[in-house]
Design a protein around this ligand. Sequence first.
Ligand SMILES: NC(=O)c1ccc[n+]([C@@H]2O[C@H](COP(=O)([O-])OP(=O)(O)OC[C@H]3O[C@@H](n4cnc5c(N)ncnc54)[C@H](OP(=O)(O)O)[C@@H]3O)[C@@H](O)[C@H]2O)c1
Length: 297
Amino acid sequence: MGMDRIADRAIIDGKRFAAGLLDDITARVKKLEEETGQVPGLAVVLVGEDPASRVYVGSKHRQTLAAGIASFKYELPAETTQEELMALIDRLNVDPAVHGILVQLPLPAHLDANAVIQEINPNKDVDGFHISNAGRLATGQPALVPCTPLGCLLLLKDRLGANLSGLHAVVLGKSNIVGRPMVQLLLAESCTVTIAHSRTRNAPELCREADILIVAVGRPGLVRGDWIKPGAVVIDVGINRVEAEGKSRIVGDVAFEEAGHAGAITPVPGGVGPMTIACLLSNTLTAFCRQHAVNID
Ligand SMILES: NC(=O)c1ccc[n+]([C@@H]2O[C@H](COP(=O)([O-])OP(=O)(O)OC[C@H]3O[C@@H](n4cnc5c(N)ncnc54)[C@H](OP(=O)(O)O)[C@@H]3O)[C@@H](O)[C@H]2O)c1
């Protein structure tokens, strides 16, 4: 297996790219405020005490404010009822100061997450999980696109240029949050797309065909060096906490140290992860501009 050290230039620095994107968003928000007297607003709804969700929501809140976007944080008790949560969504749907609504998942088991997501006004659905946005993306119409795959696409284009047409992309994983919207984004770029998942019989062979390999499975180190074609661009979406030698660390779905022959690869952490919040704020800005019919490009 390719054991060559990964060259610095092959490492896709998502942290740096996300910081640049956040600077760009901050400048656009400022310009919007000067021109319209209004700022975009993002409402984030957290139900219950899940510690990881609390950390994510706290971080989203801080970065939202740092970009000059108004942040409305709703922290509801674990025993919140479906009716109470739906009523909050209904209020946010018509609140003119709120342009984006995000419900932090997972919700406590007694709540129906899908019903809550479908209640969100699709024009404010900055996670892009509403069926109307999923359908728009799948049929090539303007949509709010899920943040993580959107971040992956931006990193790909930064590395490969704007034209991905004709490249063979393999997407490992078919979740609604990452794999499926990633497939749709790559199809929209005219890539040839192969989708693989837990029942795929020859995943290593398929992956070896890929010019672009996107891995979103949640299995530490599943993709070995010999699954990767020399020169391929590898985007590792996985975030897995593993314990080794008494220490806990975060690793991806790709055996990073075996990928020395990849053309480029995202590290974990510091690759796709930082792009997700940046794309959430970008979606909030997009939602604001569409709701106010303004264009600040
Ligand atoms: N901000 C971020 O960077 C970000 C955001 C979201 C997720 N993630 C991370 O990305 C990973 C995937 O997330 P997700 O929400 O998409 O997970 P998910 O809903 O659990 O989906 C995992 C997908 O991987 C497939 N799979 C599982 N084992 C496999 C195997 N051995 N070979 C091939 N395919 C396999 C599953 O196939 P089946 O459909 O056949 O079961 C499924 O489609 C996780 O580590 C998650 O933490 C990161």
